[in-house]
Design a protein around this ligand. Structure first.
Ligand code: NAD
Length: 454
């Protein structure tokens, strides 16, 4: 099929490359000329495992192309995916200006002849958006076309894998023609029998928000239970295993930590709250999810202040992990934003390391880097040298089993705050660390420690 993917961000680039990989002719278009120039020069603007070889191969074999000519791309394609951003507006609702701008472009560039086009919203959009897309296109053309909703469920860090082997594909359709063509398009991705779930458009639009809100709810729920565990001296990891083995609950998304971030959960929960209010449905449960998450992002900061007091001047902290989760360089809404700023505002210096996010950190923390209160270290152990404590924010693989002797030797005091429950409290105590994590009893170091407060 001839496909145009409009918006070449995480979703558009991955979708475009994967659709080309299954033999389609794909043009990815974006208004960001810099991004398109980099892609045409063979440079992948994001870190995503497996994406680079996929893009290289399909570019070289002529199935994938990048352009800034959005009008040309939509005019030539039979199937058009809209994969532009839907950031939160001031009131929390999804800002549809980019989606509707693309719809207008499609309408204006509808050829007078040729096959009926299928226009698919892949961006995460509130219920009712397909209707707005239809109106925006129809303002400029009398030609018939089909509108579908095909929300994307890929996870950053495993995006290629998720797109190539999805748990399910959700497609909201209104016509048999669109249903048939999308069935053909997705058949190569569901050969193992995973379902393509066809449904009405409104249900497809709601499914995406319901999925993200459910996952965010599980995280905030477990973080609430972690607070209880901490208060009474229980262990949230034991509770996690106790409930996760119940088939009705399942083990996924039950890890306590310093909260969810990224480009999707925070904005999608906000947008769903807005949609619920508009529809007259009480969003109380999601108000709670957001409140717990905002609190949780500041948990390590509270633990540091508990230990050292409000004034952190003269202190230096080593931070491991800046991206909102492992295997991505994405720092949107990452807990590190709250934490690093909070430490620096209290007078501390921060030395941070992340395997992939230093470039992004340069954008988010330009001011702190410029003032010299934050520095980024090439190697994770460099941060630790002479620091007052180590703070673990992202559970990257290289941090899972580090050289603890080296950490202890580098730190001024053997003090570790673990925001992802990555390490074993008993082992940490045995190795002489004072160790705090999330919802697990903090154990004193086995060896006597000098007083830390001061
Ligand atoms: P992104 O910000 O990485 O990319 C969006 C791209 O759209 C940018 O490159 C931007 O330049 C381009 N764009 C904006 N307006 C345009 C226009 N008028 N014409 C052409 N290009 C335009 O965003 P993303 O993370 O890829 O997300 C896109 C959508 O997919 C969002 O609705 C998001 O909620 C949803 N989504 C994202 C993920 C994820 O993990 N990132 C997962 C599932 C769904």
């Amino acid at each position: 099929m001839n496909i145009a993917v409009i918006g070449t961000g995480y979703v558009g680039l991955v979708a475009g490359a994967c659709l080309a990989e299954t033999g389609n002719q794909v043009v990815c278009a974006d208004i960001d000329a810099g991004k398109i120039a980099r892609l045409n020069g063979g440079e992948i603007p994001i870190y995503e495992p497996g994406l680079e070889p996929l893009v290289e191969r399909n570019l070289a074999e002529g199935r994938l192309a990048f352009t800034t000519d959005v009008a040309g791309a939509v005019s030539a394609a039979e199937v058009i995916f809209i994969a532009v951003g839907t950031p939160p507006g001031e009131d929390g609702s999804a800002d549809l200006q980019h989606v509707l701008a693309v719809a207008e472009t499609i309408g204006r560039n509808m050829p007078a002849t040729g096959p009926e086009k299928i226009v698919i919203t892949k961006s995460t959009v509130p219920v009712g958006t397909a209707g707005k897309v239809r109106q925006a296109i129809a303002r400029h053309t009398d030609r018939p076309f089909h509108v579908c909703s095909n929300p994307e469920f890929l996870k950053e860090g495993a995006a290629v894998q998720d797109f190539m082997k999805p748990d399910r594909v959700v497609v909201g359709v209104e016509s048999e023609f669109a249903r048939h063509r999308l069935g053909e398009l997705y058949a190569p991705f569901v050969r193992t029998g995973k379902p393509v779930l066809f449904m009405d458009i409104a249900s497809a639009e709601i499914t995406k928000y319901a999925a993200n809100a459910m996952l965010a709810t599980r995280i905030s729920f477990m973080n609430t239970i972690a607070g209880l565990c901490e208060a009474v001296g229980a262990d949230v990891d034991k509770v996690r295993m106790g409930i996760g083995s119940d088939e009705r609950i399942g083990p996924g998304f039950l890890f306590a930590g310093i909260g969810y971030g990224g480009s999707c959960f925070p904005k999608d929960v906000k947008a769903l709250v807005h949609t619920l209010r508009e529809a007259g449905v009480d969003p109380a449960i999601l108000d709670g999810v957001e409140k717990v998450n905002a609190d949780q992002k500041a948990l390590l900061l509270r633990q540091v202040v508990d230990t050292f007091g409000e004034d952190l001047s003269g202190r230096t902290f080593a931070v491991w992990g800046l991206s909102f989760k492992p295997e991505t360089d994405d720092m949107r809404e990452a807990p590190s934003l709250t934490l690093v700023r909070g430490l620096c505002q209290r007078g501390a210096r921060v030395r941070a390391h992340d395997p992939e996010a230093h470039h992004e950190a340069g954008r988010y923390f330009a001011d702190l880097l410029g003032m010299g209160v934050l520095s980024l270290c090439e190697r994770n152990y460099d941060c630790v040298e002479g620091a007052d404590a180590l703070l673990l924010l992202t559970e990257w693989s290289p941090y899972r089993n580090p050289d603890f002797d080296r950490i202890r030797a580098g730190l001024r005091e053997p003090l570790v705050f673990d925001g992802r429950n990555l390490w074993d409290p008993e082992r940490m105590a045995e190795m002489g660390f004072t160790y705090r994590s999330v919802g697990r009893r903090s154990r004193p170091a086995a060896a006597p420690q000098p007083a830390l407060a001061g």
